[in-house]
Design a protein around this ligand. Structure first.
Ligand code: ADP
Length: 779
């Protein structure tokens, strides 16, 4: 500044104005450099005055541009623009392109600083065109760099980089390392902003290498900043990727949920439709079952009133034509009866009241007898009926009613659904294990068969094959459903294999328990225990019944045939006999005959337990003196009930005897004349020996012609008294009668009735009647 002022001192001559103006300009610039803006402005203005006078247009423009830059720095934008406007006016006249170039460059800077970006960009582009034309790379650099900056401000990084590349090229051309470094640094940032980290790194590296002034730490922090940005970007990308994934997942989940909801709704709809249909179907089925079983109940009695007379007529009519007609009527009433029984069974199953009624017997014998009943039907339809029923001897527990319904229905259906001339058959096989036997029953036919799709439906209640309905085959569709329920109650299975036109095979599998073996029947016999004699040649049934009755508290003795039983009576008299009919070494009938012809055993009640079911054998047994006839297979409880009934009868008889013996309305003679012959005979002998104090039990047995111990058991069985009790009672009753008739005094009458001491007589009398002979009422 002092040198400039010295120079001013020297420029006094009027021609030196050009020099003075130049010095003023320099001083202004020097003040500006020291940010003494007021002084700077003062000297610029002084310079301008002189330069305008001297018409130094180019210098006027340069000074105005400097002045405008200063005003801009001081944020005096209007003054800055005014100065530049003057420049504009000058170059409009002078057409000095370089000035125009500076004008646009500086105006761009002012407008940019003012925030007038678009106008600034316009000015820069103008400046770029001019400087490009003029080939002044330093100014091209400035214009393009500023344009790049504006584009970057607008986040238009690609546009920004396009300008930065131009400014980089310009800088490289005029070789300014600082500018190259500057633009490289800026470009590194721009590249980083568009995540082009490769280019960002390249430019950053060049920036760092070129810019000596840039310290290592600056570089590092720059790298850290970029790294961070890079990381952020990476994170952002990861997050974006994750978000994308999440969105996809959400989409998938949403899709799945929607599909699930649709499926659930559809399922619920279908399910409720089906259950609704099922409910309706069930209700209809229930109503049908109820209706049928009500009707069945009503029909039962009139039906039996039809069946009975038919049976009576059958036994009386000989005319073959009428016999034939009657057999048709009988068979059809039987069918109706079976149907009714099925309906009643179904309603029982429905009410969960159906209980398997297990009988002991041989199921194979039972099946063999059962299938015989279908021969006539099969023959009538000209069907070949094959029976392959395995021979099997073991007894089992089974519900004969259920078995009858199962086999009857299957064979009945085979006949019904097989056209004339076809064939049907039954095969029964078995396998015995320790405690049970497994059975497989196949009922087959060569009939019309069942379509595969109906193989499960035919077991539903009231289901009938459409084709069969259309073919006009009658039926109501309950047989198979009943069978299925019964088989399941027996823990078995039923299956069908069938082909339309070829025939069907129904397979039923189940197992039946063996009756338990009697093992631990070692109870002591007691006085009041009733003794039962079982006569049976089948060891299974014998053991089963022995256990059954022993468990109910009876003393059980056994014999395997009639002769063995009769031999037992010599040692022991049972209260009751249960006997089979068919036995080697005297059967049941022989045994009964033997018992009834022996006064010792003729009073013992007999229950016949036999597989013979014919009416004749039942009648014969009863005619010979059996009290009851029970057919095998039988229900164990039924046997127990019959035993109890018979023992009740015995007890009632004894009670009746005692009541009779004490009946004071009648004479003692009358009282005993109403009893059984054995007791009557006994009374007569005692009465004849009334005054004989020597009459003992031995003597009486002897007079009765019977062994003493047998006599004792027989008397006890008939009267409930021991023989000595009976003798005493008869003596006392006679004594009482005599006392009432006043046939003597107490002592005389005591002697007349066989008492040797009056005091003993009085004691016995008081014990028996409850008062002494002296206080006899009515005496
Ligand atoms: P129903 O014979 O009274 O109709 P079922 O319950 O016994 O009733 O049988 C149901 C259905 O199964 C019958 O209607 C018939 O369509 C079919 N079905 C049963 N047994 C046979 C068979 N042996 N052959 C062909 N179809 C049969």
């Amino acid at each position: 500044m002092s040198l400039y002022f010295n120079a001013l001192q020297l420029c006094k001559a009027p021609d030196d104005n050009k020099q003075i103006a130049y010095l003023y300009g320099e001083i202004g610039y020097a003040y500006l450099s020291q940010e003494h803006f007021a002084e700077a402005e003062n000297y610029y203005n002084k310079a301008l005055v002189l330069l305008r006078q001297l018409k130094q247009n180019k210098d006027v423009c340069n000074t105005l541009i400097n002045l405008s830059a200063m005003c801009r720095q001081q944020k005096k934008y209007t003054s800055a623009l005014t100065a530049l406007n003057e420049v504009n006016e000058i170059f409009q006249v002078t057409h000095d392109t370089a000035i125009e170039g500076y004008y646009y460059l500086n105006k761009g800077v002012v407008l940019e600083t003012m925030g007038n970006i678009d106008s600034a960009a316009y000015c820069y582009r103008k400046a770029y065109d001019i400087w490009k034309l003029l080939g002044k790379e330093s100014e091209v650099y400035k214009a393009t760099f500023n344009l790049g900056y504006i584009a970057e401000e607008k986040k238009d990084y690609n546009e920004a980089l396009r300008y930065y590349h131009l400014s980089e090229a310009a800088a490289r051309k005029y070789g300014s390392t600082k500018e190259i470094a500057h633009v490289c640094g800026t470009m590194a940032e721009a590249y980083a902003a568009i995540n082009d980290f490769k280019n960002a790194y390249t430019y950053l590296y060049e920036y760092a290498t070129l810019n000596d002034s840039l310290s290592k730490s600056d570089f590092n922090s720059y790298v850290v900043k970029l790294d961070k940005q890079f990381e952020n970007e990476k994170n952002r990308e990861t997050i974006q990727a994750q978000e994308l994934k999440l969105q996809k997942q959400r989409g998938t989940i949403l899709f799945v949920i929607i599909v699930l909801i649709v499926v659930i709704f559809a399922t619920v709809a279908i399910f409720s439709y089906l259950t609704f249909n099922n409910r309706i179907k069930k209700k209809v089925d229930e109503a049908k079952t109820r209706f049928f079983s009500n009707v069945a109940h009503e029909i039962r009695t009139p039906l039996s009133m039809i069946q009975g007379p038919i049976n009576v007529l059958q036994s009386k009519i000989d005319d073959p034509a009428l016999v034939h007609q009657l057999s048709i009527a009988e068979r059809n009433t039987q069918r109706l009866n079976d149907l009714i029984n099925q309906m009643l069974a179904i309603s029982k199953v429905d009410a969960a009241k159906y209980q398997l009624n297990e009988h002991i017997g041989n199921p194979i014998d039972f099946i063999n007898e059962l299938v015989l009943l279908y021969d006539a039907q099969a023959k009538e339809k000209h069907l070949a009926f094959s029976k392959q029923v395995e021979h099997y001897t073991q007894n089992t527990l089974f519900d004969s009613d259920a078995l009858e319904k199962i086999i009857g229905n299957l064979v009945g259906n085979a006949i019904k659904y097989t056209p004339q001339g076809g064939a049907i058959g039954i095969e029964v096989s078995s396998e015995a294990y320790d405690e049970a036997t497994g059975f497989i029953i196949n009922v087959w036919d060569t009939g019309i068969g069942i379509a595969k799709k109906e193989h499960t439906q035919i077991f539903e209640r009231f289901y009938r094959s459409e084709e069969h309905k259309e073919a006009g085959i009658k039926g109501i569709g309950i047989g198979l459903s009943l069978i299925k329920e019964l088989v399941e109650l027996m823990n078995g299975t039923i299956e069908v294999e069938s082909e339309p036109g070829k025939g069907s095979v129904f397979t039923v599998k189940f197992s039946l328990k063996h009756p338990q073996k009697a093992t631990a029947v070692t109870k002591e016999t007691t006085e009041d225990q009733n003794t039962i004699l079982l006569v049976e040649d089948d060891p299974d049934i014998l053991n089963f019944n022995k256990l059954l009755l022993a468990e109910r508290g009876f003393n059980v003795i056994t014999a395997v045939n009639g002769n063995e039983a009769l031999a037992i009576f010599a040692k022991q008299l049972p209260d009751l006999v249960i006997t089979d009919l068919m036995m080697p070494d005297k059967g049941g009938i022989g045994l009964i005959k033997g018992m009834k012809s022996n006064p010792l055993t003729d009073h013992i009640p007999v229950i016949i337990l036999s597989a013979k079911t014919s009416a004749e054998s039942k009648t014969e047994g009863v005619v010979e003196g059996a009290q009851v006839y029970l057919s095998k297979p039988y229900h164990p409880e039924q046997l127990v009930a019959l035993v109890n009934n018979q023992l009740q009868v015995i007890h009632k008889q004894i009670a009746h005897f005692r009541q009779q013996a004490g009946n004071e309305q009648k004479t003692i003679e009358e009282r005993f004349s109403g009893t059984d012959p054995f007791t009557q005979k006994c009374y007569t002998i005692i009465h004849e020996h009334l005054d004989d104090a020597q009459l003992s039990v031995e003597m009486l047995a002897e007079l009765m012609n019977i062994n003493r111990s047998h006599f004792q058991r027989k008397i006890k069985a008939l009267t409930g008294y021991s023989p000595s009790e009976l003798i005493r009672i008869i003596r006392l009753e006679n004594a009482k009668e005599m006392l009432l008739k006043k046939a003597g005094n107490i002592t005389e009458i005591a002697y007349l009735t066989g008492f040797t001491s009056q005091s003993y007589f009085t004691k016995c009398f008081s014990d028996h009647f409850g008062y002494p002979p002296s206080q006899l009422p009515g005496k």
